[in-house]
Design a protein around this ligand. Structure first.
Ligand code: ATP
Length: 282
């Protein structure tokens, strides 16, 4: 984290009402445990970056938060509503940009947004105004009459954000919103997310540390289904400076886990060694 201090200051929002509460969330896909009991709270108005490598569990968490998938265990509360038993009300409060938005390539962008508005239960008489508003917010005006299949990746991502905003939700969940974009498009989408975050609570996922540093108030780092760090960039920098954590992945057929564990523990400056849950120490 050193040398990066662009992260937005979250302290102005301290003491805010907690809008999302995640408690001991577990998800199993068959035998595989993708989430191993994660817990966190998100105060109203915060922009949270969910950071982690491929397969860490980011999309799984987002699908559960947005009621697209149920958890194996644990609970999610959104604005006091249970995401499992009150999922319709929770969905109305959330705008979701999935990792791959189902944008229909032969539809005109305007028609697609009309379709999403109808799916959201918005009265037909309101569609035009709603679409005009999201088109202005997301910068769609110049290509809203174009077929989705002919749009650039960045333009399509803007349409994806517009569909997430069509019902004017107070919470946005954005799964890798800048993935696959070129550097100019990344700058544009980040700035759009920052402006959306002025009056919304946002959780976005990314593999990209600069992304969270530039866009978010707070980072939650997830690794192998566990939260391994949670705080502002400054807090994580301070922790890194005073008590750094090093994650090692050691592969091989003849690795002696106990021997390695003991050898690492005896190194100068190593305070403790822990084998990640779910990893066999052989
Ligand atoms: P990425 O950054 O690559 O999108 P992620 O952090 O979003 O990764 P997830 O998509 O949540 O990770 O996946 C977490 C783990 O769960 C991965 O090991 C993945 O292979 C596994 N997984 C996800 N969905 C399923 C599924 N439907 N069936 C079985 N395993 C799954």
């Amino acid at each position: 984290f050193r040398g990066r201090r662009h992260c937005r200051n979250t302290h102005a929002r301290e003491g805010a009402y907690t809008v999302i509460t995640v408690q001991n969330l577990r998800k199993e896909y068959g035998e595989f445990e993708a989430l191993k009991g994660i817990s966190f709270d998100v105060p109203k108005g915060q922009i949270v970056g969910f950071l982690g490598p491929n397969g860490a569990g980011k999309s799984t968490t987002m699908k559960i938060l947005t009621c697209f998938m149920s958890a194996s265990e644990g609970s999610v509360t959104v604005d006091g509503l249970d995401a499992y038993s009150e999922s319709t009300a929770v969905k109305a409060k959330i705008g979701y940009l999935p990792e791959s938005t189902p944008l229909y390539s032969d539809m005109i962008a305007y028609e697609y947004l009309e379709y999403v508005a109808a799916m959201r239960g918005i009265a037909a008489s309101e569609h035009e105004e709603r679409i005009r508003n999201v088109a202005a917010t997301c910068g769609l005006k110049t290509f809203i009459g174009q077929e989705i299949g002919t749009l650039s990746k960045g333009q399509r991502q803007r349409v994806g954000l517009a569909q997430a905003l069509i019902h004017d939700p107070p919470i946005l969940i954005l799964d890798e919103p800048t993935s696959g974009l070129d550097p100019n498009q990344i700058v544009e989408i980040r700035s759009l997310i920052r402006s959306l975050g002025k009056d919304r609570t946002i959780i976005l996922s990314t593999h990209n540390l600069p992304e969270v540093m530039e866009t978010c108030d707070r980072l939650i780092v997830i690794h192998q289904g566990e939260i391994v760090a949670d705080g502002t960039a400054q807090e994580l920098e301070e922790r890194e400076a005073t008590n750094p954590q090093v994650f090692l992945t050691i592969r091989g057929d003849s690795v002696d886990g106990d021997h390695l564990h003991n050898a690492i523990a005896q190194l100068e400056g190593v305070a403790s060694v822990r084998c990640a849950p779910g990893i066999e120490q052989r």
